[in-house]
Design a binder for this molecule. Structure first.
Ligand code: NAD
Length: 358
């Protein structure tokens, strides 16, 4: 019998504060809640339900996602930490309401150290079910609403920074941008911002009807879903899937920068160095796409208002500029620089907390 590797030795463990394994045979719940850091406040991050092939795959996913939320939240300078949860989707029929109530009980057992929202495979209605057993959930239907417009605005600001730093352009007028996932929740809002700013757009999406409609509205070109990697443009903007910068696509890119909303755009960390070798600038995804979590703060923090959101989005711009400048001057990949800044900020916050306690 093989001995399972310890979670402490997992490559994405990265000093997680807590990892809770929750099981409830009555409802079929098997969930893992990972709390990466609470040093700035409760760990906030979505709950993903997925048909994982094995529990170890679920562990890998939750640790990686939780670390990512921690980095995203600290880079956006939010008064929260980072965490994430996954539910291993039960096989066959199951009672969804009961499952999410059981999940809520697991969340509640952490006494507010973790606050859940929805992620892939989980809806606002599921959060309503979880809310019956814990108050530590956000993303409710009567909450702050669709975060996508705020995410899109943050990505738009990020693209302006990238155009300035990587292309030397102070405006997006005439900048050629290829958008993947153009008709999605974030993509459509973003494309409208870009078109208004004068960018020349080439769009793709698997939803071809919506794609043709949007392209007609914005006077944009369209290409098939696999052709987007070959488009000659200034910026490639992934707004659909993760891992789109990989060993099969990287040599096809004919752009000078990659900047978009999708989470986990790089298939591996090494892809950041590969982009740099090809003189392609990269806007780290968790820095540029933090608008959604900034918006969700409205359900956590009472200080939230439109001006606060705008200030945070402007903050993302300066953080991204700082990262791109460091990448240029140090000749190192932007994704690694972003990770280092995030880790340093978490360490500084920990040290600050320790000092305050002394
Ligand atoms: P969405 O599902 O609304 O949009 C995704 C779009 O991509 C859809 O229009 C879909 O048809 C299209 N698509 C799927 N596969 C494709 C393919 N192979 N080629 C081209 N198009 C394809 O999702 P969303 O909420 O707009 O999020 C988009 C991305 O941004 C995701 O990676 C998400 O994790 C990330 N993100 C979203 C938010 C947010 O506020 N919604 C916040 C942070 C990050």
């Amino acid at each position: 019998m093989s001995v399972p590797a310890s979670v402490f030795e997992h490559p994405s463990f990265d000093n997680h504060e807590k990892v809770l394994f929750a099981s409830d045979p009555a409802t079929g719940l098997q969930a893992i809640i990972a709390v990466h850091s609470t040093v700035r406040g409760p760990a906030v991050g979505g709950c993903r339900m997925w048909g994982y092939d094995s529990p170890s795959e679920a562990v890998t996913d939750v640790l990686r996602l939780s670390q990512g939320m921690s980095y995203k939240n600290i880079m956006a300078d939010l008064p929260i930490g980072g965490g994430k949860s996954v539910i291993i989707k039960p096989k066959g029929e199951f009672d969804r309401e009961a499952l999410f109530q059981a999940f809520g009980r697991a969340v509640d057992s952490l006494g507010g150290h973790y606050i859940s929202a929805e992620d892939v495979g989980v809806s606002p209605d599921d959060m309503v079910s979880a809310r019956r057993t814990t108050r530590h959930v956000v993303g409710l239907p009567q909450g702050t609403g669709d975060p996508s417009p705020t995410t899109a605005k943050g990505v738009f600001f990020g693209i302006q920074v990238v155009a300035e730093k990587a292309l030397g352009k102070s405006s997006l007028e005439g900048v050629r941008i290829a958008v993947q996932g153009a008709t999605g929740h974030v993509g459509a809002y973003l494309c409208r911002h870009l078109a208004k700013a004068g960018a020349e757009l080439t769009l793709t999406d698997i939803n071809t009807d919506a794609l043709e409609k949007l392209a007609a509205e914005l006077g944009a070109k369209t290409v098939g879903k696999d052709e987007i990697y070959d488009v000659e443009a200034d910026i490639f903007t992934p707004c659909a899937l993760g891992a789109v910068i990989n060993e099969n696509t990287i040599d096809r890119l004919k752009v000078r920068a990659v900047a978009g909303a999708a989470n986990n755009q790089l298939a591996t960390r090494e892809m950041g160095a590969e982009l740099m070798k090809r003189k392609i600038a990269y806007a780290p995804d968790y820095v540029i796409n933090a608008g959604g979590i900034i918006n969700i703060m409205g359900e956590i923090e009472t200080r939230f208002d439109r001006n606060w959101v705008e200030g945070k989005l402007q903050g993302l711009k300066s953080t991204l500029a700082e990262i791109l400048d460091a990448a240029e001057s140090e000749g190192r990949p932007a994704n690694l620089i972003a990770d280092e800044i995030a880790r340093q900020r978490i360490e500084d916050a920990r040290a600050g907390t320790r000092h305050a306690a002394e």
